[in-house]
Design a binder for this molecule. Structure first.
Ligand SMILES: CC(C)(COP(=O)(O)OP(=O)(O)OC[C@H]1O[C@@H](n2cnc3c(N)ncnc32)[C@H](O)[C@@H]1OP(=O)(O)O)[C@@H](O)C(=O)NCCC(=O)NCCS
Length: 188
C-alpha cells in the first residue's frame, strides 16, 4: 500500500496547491475555456471538452484521491485563491516498481511566468516523499516545446520516443518519454 498523501494545501513562494472541491467547477471550466487554443493541440480530452466534463473530472478526482489512484491539484496564486490557474497531477503507474507519472497544464493568460515549473516541483515532492516512489515519468507530445522546457528545468532525463502514443483529435501523435529518479531528485 502506498504512503498516505495528505490533503492539506501545499505552498510555494507564489502558489497554493490543494485537492479539488466540488465548488471548483466554475473556475475550472472558465480556465479551460480561456485556454482551449493552447490545450487542444496537446491534450486529448480538450477536443470534446464541455462543462459536464469539468463536473465529472472533479467528481472522479475526489474519488481517485480517496482511493489513492491519483492526486490532482488545483493551482492557485496565493494572493488570488478563488481563481484556478492550472492543474498538476501525479498518479501511480506501477505499484510493483514504484513508478508514477506527472501531468499538468497552466491557463493561457498565466503561462511564461514559471508557474508550471513551480507546480511540478510540488508534485515531485508528493511523488517521491509522500508516495515513496522510485521513479517519476512524463510523456510529452513531440513539438510541445514549453512542456519539454519544464521537463528539463525539473531535472528529467529524455529517454526516447513513444510512437503513436496518444490520439489527439484524429491524429496519432508521437510522445517523448522522460524520467526522474528519486536518487537524482534527492541530489538535485
Ligand atoms: C506547457 C505549459 C504547462 C507551460 O507552463 P508555464 O507555466 O508557461 O511554464 P513555465 O513558465 O514554468 O516555463 C517553463 C519553461 O518553458 C518555457 N516555455 C513555456 N512555454 C513555452 C512555449 N510555448 N514555447 C517555448 N518555451 C516555452 C519558458 O520560457 C520556461 O523556460 P525556462 O525554463 O528556460 O525559463 C503551458 O504552456 C500549458 O499548459 N500548455 C498547454 C498544455 C500542455 O502542453 N500541458 C503539458 C502536457 S505534457
Amino acid at each position: 500500500m502506498a504512503n498516505l498523501v495528505h490533503s492539506q494545501p501545499r505552498y510555494t513562494d507564489r502558489l497554493m496547491l490543494r485537492p479539488f472541491r466540488r465548488r471548483d467547477v466554475g473556475t475550472l471550466h472558465e480556465a479551460v475555456v480561456a485556454s482551449m487554443g493552447e490545450l487542444q493541440p496537446w491534450l486529448p480530452w480538450a477536443d470534446s471538452y464541455d462543462k459536464g466534463f469539468a463536473q465529472r473530472f472533479i467528481r472522479e478526482s475526489v474519488g481517485s484521491w480517496a482511493e489513492r489512484r491519483a492526486y490532482d491539484f488545483t493551482i492557485r496564486k496565493i494572493d488570488e485563491q478563488d481563481r484556478h490557474i492550472g492543474n498538476v497531477s501525479v498518479w501511480p503507474t506501477s505499484v510493483q516498481n514504484e513508478i508514477g507519472e506527472v501531468g499538468y497544464w497552466i491557463r493561457s493568460d498565466e503561462t511564461g511566468k514559471g508557474y508550471g515549473s513551480e507546480a511540478v516541483g510540488v508534485v515531485l515532492g508528493v511523488g517521491f516523499e509522500d508516495m515513496g516512489l522510485h521513479k517519476l515519468t512524463l510523456r510529452i507530445a513531440v513539438g510541445n516545446i514549453g512542456s519539454e522546457a519544464i521537463a528539463k528545468r525539473s531535472g528529467f532525463t529524455y529517454e526516447g520516443i513513444l510512437r503513436d502514443e496518444v490520439k489527439i483529435g484524429d491524429e496519432w501523435v508521437d510522445h517523448s518519454s522522460w524520467s526522474l529518479l528519486a536518487s537524482e531528485w534527492r541530489n538535485r
